[in-house]
Design a protein around this ligand. Structure first.
Ligand code: URC
Length: 274
């Protein structure tokens, strides 16, 4: 039986990096997690342990930190700088993937901040001679207290879910979008995509989370021309109306208990037809 090495990559995962920008009395904060992953002519280290083609993961970590000295800027640009550097560094490295998460902070004062819930910004840059950039957002928790129904689904011997003409709809948006170019105003694209997701969620009268997902994805494609497609993964954060009748109380849509798990997970890609 022949045994061969399959696909492989290696890197330093989840480098946590905070950069403080002190130009002036009002400081700015950049809070990131960066994961690097390199691939290429790396059979030797797996098969014989010869490491002459391996850019050490410790070196990758140091590079991530050293590059931040000069400035981070938009995370897509920082990712592109790093990915191109890694591929240029050793003949053996053919592809670099840099995944960045940027945690949001709200200003409290000139040098004070609080972590905010406006969603974690994501960027994944892949460089193998040409560059691919994906943006995204995760942990953007949203909720509509009404304008959500779910009914008309088939019933079989295992169906117990009552149909509803009024429910809470809540999710934590997890979205990734593929840019068709690297010549993009990254900050504007992110802000526009984020606002579009929120507006479409808030303004869609929903008959299913699937319908809301499609509306959210469509809105992003309508408002950010450089985005070719968007993948959405939306957990349905179920809110169950609590039965208060044992206590002699009614419950006209006031008290809910929130289900943790299991949860519905609604996922789809929305893309341009071309
Ligand atoms: O929006 C929903 N989509 C579903 O597919 C589904 N399934 C379910 O039990 N509740 C819901 N809600």
């Amino acid at each position: 039986m022949a045994i061969v090495l399959g696909e492989n990559q290696y890197g330093k995962a989840e480098n946590r990096l905070v950069r403080v920008e002190r130009d002036g009395d009002e400081h700015r904060l950049v809070d990131l997690s960066i994961s690097t992953a390199l691939a290429g002519d790396l059979a030797d280290t797996h098969l014989t342990g010869a490491n002459d083609k391996v850019l050490a993961t410790d070196t990758q970590k140091n590079t991530v930190l050293a590059f931040a000295r000069e400035g981070v800027g938009q995370i897509e640009v920082y990712g592109l700088r790093l990915a191109k550097h890694f591929v240029g560094q050793l003949e053996s490295i053919h592809r670099a993937r840099v995944e960045i998460e940027q945690y949001p902070w709200t200003r409290l004062g000139p040098h004070s901040f609080s972590r905010s819930g406006e969603g974690t910004r994501l960027a994944t840059v892949t460089y193998d001679g040409s560059a691919t950039v994906e943006g995204g957002i995760k942990d953007l928790t949203v909720l509509n207290t009404t304008d959500s129904e779910f009914w008309g689904y088939p019933r079989d011997e295992y169906t117990t879910l009552p149909e509803t003409k009024d429910r809470i709809l809540a999710t934590a948006v997890n979205a990734r979008w593929l840019f068709s170019s690297t010549d993009v105003d990254w900050g504007k694209a992110y802000d526009t995509a984020r606002v579009s997701l929120l507006e479409a969620f808030a303004n869609t009268y929903s008959f299913s989370l699937q319908q809301t997902l499609y509306a959210m994805g469509s809105r992003v494609l309508q408002t950010v021309p450089e985005i070719a497609e968007i993948r959405l993964s939306l957990p349905n954060k179920h809110h169950y109306l609590t039965d208060l009748s044992p206590f002699g109380l009614d419950n006209p849509g006031v008290v809910f208990h929130v289900g943790d798990r299991p949860y519905g997970l609604i996922e789809a890609t929305v893309k341009r037809d071309s």
